[in-house]
Design a protein around this ligand. Structure first.
Ligand SMILES: *Cc1c(COP(=O)(O)O)cnc(C)c1O
Length: 492
């Protein structure tokens, strides 16, 4: 299996190379040269597999010759072993835990709980696997690398948890200072392993993403530090997220019965994995995306115009994004895989902060996808309503998915809303919405007492570079927020 850049000017790579490269050298994103297809019979043959077995069967098609079958089996088993069964402390080492329980809210609406991993958000599904891939590939090559990432909250902790203690990897994780929740921040900054460096950037998430892109496009710096990425621009993350779409749909009767998925969306990575599942043959009738006030995608699906606007802070901060990187992969397909056109649109977007697609392209893009936007007040109302009706506490992101499902689903087709974070991760917002605070799972209990380590940095690529150079030569980085972030502290 080979991977192509959406912008057509980077070499085609195999799975290992695409995983290690992250972003393509021409600024594009890697996609498989062709979508691996599963027939209805093959999909039927996937029924009854446990999560790791299913992962192995699906991922084998993306991995190609890069990993042998036994190693892939081991990596998938290890990746999903650390997930907790709902209501329990940690997974019993040998019991088969369902890492993605499906719960019915009513006859046709289901919630897929993707928040039972080590950091209580769906990103663990991709990053637990990606961290092991890095460890495996680097070990085999006898190499080391520096991973550079940006996070609006959940990616950072999931990456840190997946990579802590892996000696071949040094991780620099940028987060927007003061714009992630305290629990999110502490899940990152209380990991004190020597290979983990947290940088708090004076800026918003898009600034962080821009800094990462700037450093990646500096060829000399990138080569010297062997830079690699764990943001959702990394193809392996998308591949790993495809699995739970199959897992849920199989339980609801696929391939015989079609399903809709409703996905709270920021960078378009999660919902894009649903699109990939559909291209692989899974009967996905419709993909419904939920947005918060940062509704660039909803506006695009309404109008065919992608236009950047000012970023607003909301109670669903992991979706506070104004440029959805993974949308480029979708656009590539919608444009008939015409990399020239993708490159032209992205050039226009970088220069003017907007682009417009032809009416025919807009129609094609919107055929499969419905978008729904919620204000914070509507999100709170959804949390309260689901608690009242179903006795279930949703975090704000998950509530946006459920509300979008309720607003956009057609009668007769079961809809699965993806619950992307544990309510305890956003407990203040949940308590404000319905008067009931979620119980903190054991993984979080002592987090307010643990020591923090973080370095504040200006929104400036040269400064981030200088800091990384010092970190590289001077060994362990010293933070300026050491031990100072008591409960309620927002300024680490
Ligand atoms: C990252 C994240 C999202 C958005 O997912 P994308 O793949 O960026 O669209 C939604 N909810 C939560 C809790 C997240 O952490």
């Amino acid at each position: 299996m080979h991977y192509l850049s959406t912008r057509g000017r980077a070499p085609a790579l195999d799975f290992e190379q695409a995983t290690m490269a992250g972003l393509a050298a021409d600024g594009g994103l890697y996609v498989p040269e062709a979508w691996p297809a599963f027939s209805a019979d093959e999909i039927r043959g996937l029924r009854g597999l446990d999560y790791a077995q299913l992962a192995q069967r699906l991922l084998a098609r993306f991995v190609g010759d890069s990993i042998d079958a036994d190693t892939l089996a081991r990596l998938t088993v290890e990746s999903y072993r650390g997930f907790s069964p709902p209501g329990h402390s940690t997974a019993a080492a040998h019991s088969t835990v369902d890492p993605a329980p499906l719960t019915a809210l009513d006859d046709s609406l289901y919630v897929l709980e993707l928040f039972h991993g080590p950091t209580l958000a769906f990103k663990d599904f991709a990053l637990q696997f990606l961290g092991r891939l890095f460890g495996h590939f680097l070990g085999r090559r006898g190499q080391t690398c520096t991973i550079l990432g940006a996070t609006s909250g959940d990616t950072g902790s999931a990456a840190i948890e997946a990579l802590r203690g892996i000696e071949a990897v040094t991780l620099y994780m940028l987060h927007p200072r003061g714009r992630v929740s305290e629990v999110q921040r502490r899940q990152m900054t209380t990991v004190l392993d020597a290979n983990i460096h947290n940088l708090a950037v004076d800026g918003d998430f898009d600034d962080c993403q821009r800094l990462v892109k700037a450093l990646f496009s500096d060829d000399e710096f990138r080569a010297r530090h062997a830079l690699a990425a764990v943001n959702s621009i990394n193809w392996a993350r998308i591949a790993a997220q495809v699995i739970y779409y199959f897992y849920a749909a199989l339980q609801l009767g696929a391939p015989a019965r079609a399903v809709n998925f409703a996905v709270p969306t920021g960078n378009f990575g999660n919902v894009f994995a649903g699109y990939v599942a559909r291209r692989m043959g899974l009967p996905v009738e419709r993909l419904i995306i939920g947005c918060n006030r940062n509704d660039i995608l909803a506006r695009f699906f309404d109008s065919g115009i992608m236009r950047r606007r000012k970023l607003h802070a909301t109670i669903s901060p992991s979706m506070d994004i104004q440029v959805s990187s993974n949308f480029e992969r979708y656009l590539f397909d919608v444009l008939g895989r015409d990399a020239e056109q993708v490159r032209d649109l992205m050039t226009v977007f970088a220069a003017r902060g907007e682009f417009t697609v032809a009416p025919e392209v807009h129609r094609r893009a919107a055929e499969l996808i419905r978008a729904h936007r919620l204000t914070d007040a509507q999100t709170r109302a959804q949390i309260a309503d689901t608690h009242r009706r179903n006795g279930i506490l949703l975090d704000p992101h998950s509530a946006i998915g459920v509300a979008a499902a309720r607003a956009c689903a057609d009668d007769g087709v079961p809809t699965v809303a993806l619950a992307t974070a544990h309510p305890a991760k956003f407990d203040a917002a949940v308590a404000a919405a319905c008067g009931v605070g979620p119980e903190w799972p054991p993984r979080l209990r002592d987090i307010l007492q643990r020591e923090e380590r973080v370095t504040t940095v200006a929104n400036d690529a040269a400064e981030v570079k200088a800091l990384m150079e010092r970190g590289e030569s001077g060994g362990r980085l010293r933070g300026d927020g050491r031990g100072r972030g008591g409960p309620g502290g927002r300024s680490a």
